[in-house]
Design a protein around this ligand. Structure first.
Ligand SMILES: C[S@@+](CC[C@H](N)C(=O)[O-])C[C@H]1O[C@@H](n2cnc3c(N)ncnc32)[C@H](O)[C@@H]1O
Length: 241
């Protein structure tokens, strides 16, 4: 289960540890994302946004928005109001700076908020997105239940999350990169010795594919689909309330 894998293996809750970790790496997060994924993350975000656009959402909630890359990409759907929430203040600050620099503050607002206790009324949003966030939730089911609550009836949840490639020899090559090279670069650049090892460990433990769809269905979502991208490194899940 995703709850059992924590960044620092300390006594504090997974949520506290995740918050500390992202606060630690916030300054280098965007740079490392681009370098370590060789910009493939930009392609994944665009694939997700293309699917979301079909729903023509006017209001979007981006949960675990971090530094706002997916929040900003969601503007391509034509939405007029997008709110991003995250538990890491430092990630939010980096995102707010980006949004102000791009003069997008009239459409995008980033605020502190916890996926497991969202501060919005039920039936508030036309869509909800989570990019590389669900794996970090302390209580995955509670997070999905909350997202379901704040969505309008028929509205989609769009989730991007890492998954594990299955085919030989890509699986073996990728595992070597992901468990050895990537944590070493991550450690060097971010200054946090655990963050990118936690990335590998948390992806290994995450309930991907049908197992994740089970959580979506438990929350009440219908028409759940999973599309594996880039030989299964990443999965795009879409479901409707
Ligand atoms: C890997 S980052 C992804 C950020 C952004 N969505 C992106 O695509 O770059 C994961 C984010 O999830 C946030 N997070 C983890 N648990 C959360 C929770 N319970 N509620 C809100 N945000 C959370 C972390 O603080 C972090 O910013």
């Amino acid at each position: 289960m995703s709850e059992s894998v924590t960044p620092y293996k300390s006594d504090s809750s997974k949520k506290e540890q995740v918050k500390t970790m992202f606060n630690n790496i916030a300054g280098r997060y965007d740079f490392l994302n681009r370098v370590l994924s060789m910009r493939v993350d930009v392609y994944w975000r665009n694939r997700a946004i293309k699917r979301l656009k079909k729903y023509q959402p006017k209001t979007i909630l981006d949960v675990a928005c971090g530094t706002g890359d997916f929040t900003i990409a969601a503007l391509k759907t034509g939405a007029t109001k997008i709110i991003g929430v995250d538990i890491s203040v430092q990630m939010l600050e980096a995102g707010i700076k980006k949004i102000n620099d791009k003069k997008l503050a009239d459409k995008i607002t980033l605020i502190e908020g916890d996926s497991e206790n969202l501060q919005f009324e039920k039936n508030t949003f036309d869509a909800c997105t989570v990019a590389f966030g669900v794996r970090n939730f302390e209580n995955l089911q509670k997070g999905l239940d909350e997202i379901y609550r704040v969505l309008n009836t028929g509205a989609p949840i769009v989730v991007l999350e890492f998954s594990k490639p299955k085919s030989f020899p890509f699986k073996q090559l990728y595992n070597f990169y992901f468990s050895t090279i990537l944590p070493a670069i991550g450690r060097l650049v971010s200054g946090d010795s655990r963050a990118y090892t936690y990335l590998f460990e948390s992806v290994s433990a995450f309930p991907e594919g049908d197992a994740f769809i089970h959580f979506l269905k438990q929350a009440g979502f219908k028409n759940c689909t999973c599309t594996r991208l880039s030989l299964g490194i990443c999965s795009l899940y879409i479901a409707e309330k």
